[in-house]
Structure formats: C-alpha cells, structure tokens
Write a protein that binds this ligand. Structure first.
Ligand code: G1P
Length: 293
C-alpha cells in the first residue's frame, strides 16, 4: 500500500461568506486567536505525517506564501531584542524548505477543479485533501485518524460527521449502507442536497484521502451543484470502482467559512490555548457578564 505523502490544500476561494473581512486579506489568513487559520490546517497535515503540501491558490493570496517563508527583518529584530520564545515558536512552525508547492487555479470553477489543478504535483500516488475553511479539533487529529484507517483498509476515505438536518443543503452528504464501528460503507454521496432529498445527516467534513484515479474523473467532470465542478460528484463515480469508506471521526469541526463558525473557532481556540486559555476564560466571562439581557 502506498504511503500518503502529499496533501492538497485548496486556498483559491474568495471568502464571500465572511466579507468584508476578506476583501483584501485571504480568508485563510484570518486569525483564529494567535495564528492564521491556515496554520492549524498545515500543522494538522504535517503532524499527521504529510511530507509535502500543494496549495491550490489564486490571485491576492500571496500572504499565504509569505506566512510560510522566513521573515528576515522580523526575525533579526526579535533576535536583537532577545525575544527568543516567540522566535523559537516561529521557527518551530516554519515548514522545511521545499516541502510546499503552489499552483494556480486561475478561475473559480469549484472544489473538484481546484483539486484537479494539483494533478501534476501529486502524480500517481494516493493523497490527502484538507479544506482550510474547516478547522478540526481532535486527538489524534482528523487526518491522523483517517491515515490510521487507510493503513488498515486502503482505498479512499472521507471524514464525516452528523449535522442538524436543516443544514444538509450546505454540505456534501453521504448515503450510508453498512457500518463497522466508525467506518461506514456507502451507497452514494450527493453535494448540497435539498433538505427533503438528503439520504442522511452525515456531512463530508473537508478531509479526504483519495486515489490518483480521481484526476481522470475530474478531467471529465461536468458541472454540478452551484454550477461548479464538484469533488463530491467525481468521488461518487470513483466509489463504483474502488473501495471507498467514510470515517465518522472523533472530534469537533469549525466551519470558518461562515461568520458564526469563525467566531466559535476563535473563542474555542482561545479558551484551549496552553498559555492564554485561563486569561481568555476570564475575558470571555467578563464580556458576557457585561452583555446579559
Ligand atoms: C465543500 C465540499 C462539501 C463539504 C464542505 C465541507 O463545500 O464541496 O462536500 O461538505 O466543503 O466544508 P464548500 O463549503 O466549499 O461549499
């Protein structure tokens, strides 16, 4: 079985659901307490054993490349001021040179098209996809849980979670067939179904392990929900020919593509912060006490 070495992170999206914050700042760079959202997703990938990240990027996203580069002026000034803690932290989260690639999507044709844009860099091996809009708090991380399942079963794997029925039209939804603990065999999947047509309330979380044959399918994929080339549609086809499992992972997801999801993530990551968590609790309690009706 081939090891999962590479991950695709699609970052070309415009972030329209969190405007005006994202007018000139990429949504992936919005801070979730003391780090940009993208940093958590990159950490999840590298901590899970991924060796190379392929960003599928677009115009006005160069702040992402810069964030993962050295910041010479900043670093030398921190060194001069003997701020070694923060300097050490920056260094510990900087990827090793050569472990990131950037490809351009050029036109916003959908998630399926974004993943297809990474085909040459991925080549003929299975790979992960992590959607940076979605932060997942889990131990082990969501992608690590999925790689654990992949190492036992092979094939293709998506992370899923139960959501309120009224929200199914915002996500990819699976049609479960058979369950073995947290691992679910599927009869199908559908992108953003109407509430009355949804085959379940299990949504696709934004973490995938896919075999490279997905690229041939994406190459010929017609437009689906929202007029976009959907990854879900290509996966639904791939499922007919290859093993495909959904994993109901253990953990909690935060959809930072929406204002309330972003707020929830910001607060939760602040409250859970190793050094700042207690102070964040006190701050939040004070804010709430001043705002009770
Ligand atoms: C994408 C996927 C969808 C998935 C969702 C998770 O949708 O197409 O299947 O459930 O991410 O956040 P998007 O949010 O890009 O519309």
């Amino acid at each position: 079985m081939k090891k999962i070495r590479k991950a695709v992170l699609p970052v070309a999206g415009l972030g329209t659901r969190v405007l005006p914050a994202t007018k000139s700042v990429p949504k992936e760079m919005l801070p979730v307490f003391d780090r940009p959202a993208i940093q958590y997703v990159v950490n999840e990938a590298f901590d899970g054993g991924i060796e190379h990240i392929v960003f599928v990027t677009g115009r006005n996203k160069s702040a992402i490349d810069d964030h993962f580069d050295r910041a010479y002026e900043l670093e030398s000034s921190l060194l001069e001021k003997e701020k070694s803690d923060i300097l050490h932290q920056l260094e510990s989260e900087r990827p090793i040179a050569g472990s990131m690639s950037f490809v351009r999507q050029q036109s916003p044709l959908g998630l399926g098209h974004a993943v297809w844009c990474a085909r040459d860099v991925i080549g003929n091996e299975p790979f992960a996809v992590l959607l940076p809009d979605v932060l997942v708090k889990a131990k082990p991380s969501c992608i690590a849980q999925m790689i654990g399942t992949y190492n036992k079963r092979g094939g293709n794997i998506i992370a899923v979670e139960p959501i309120p029925r009224e929200n199914v039209n915002m996500y990819g939804i699976i049609e479960p067939k058979e369950r073995d603990g947290a691992v679910i065999k599927m009869a199908g999947m559908i992108e953003k179904p109407a509430v009355q047509d949804a085959p379940s309330n299990l949504s696709i979380t934004g973490r995938y392990i896919l075999q490279p044959e997905i690229f041939d399918l994406l190459n010929n994929q017609t437009r689906g929900a929202g007029g976009e080339i959907q990854l879900t549609d290509a996966m639904a086809t791939l499922m007919r020919n290859q093993d495909f499992f959904a994993l109901e992972y253990e953990g909690e997801s935060f959809d930072c593509g929406s204002k309330q999801g972003y707020l929830r993530a910001f607060l939760q990551y602040a409250l859970d912060h190793e050094q700042e968590g207690d102070a964040a609790h006190a701050t939040l309690r004070r804010v709430l006490a001043n705002n009770t009706v």
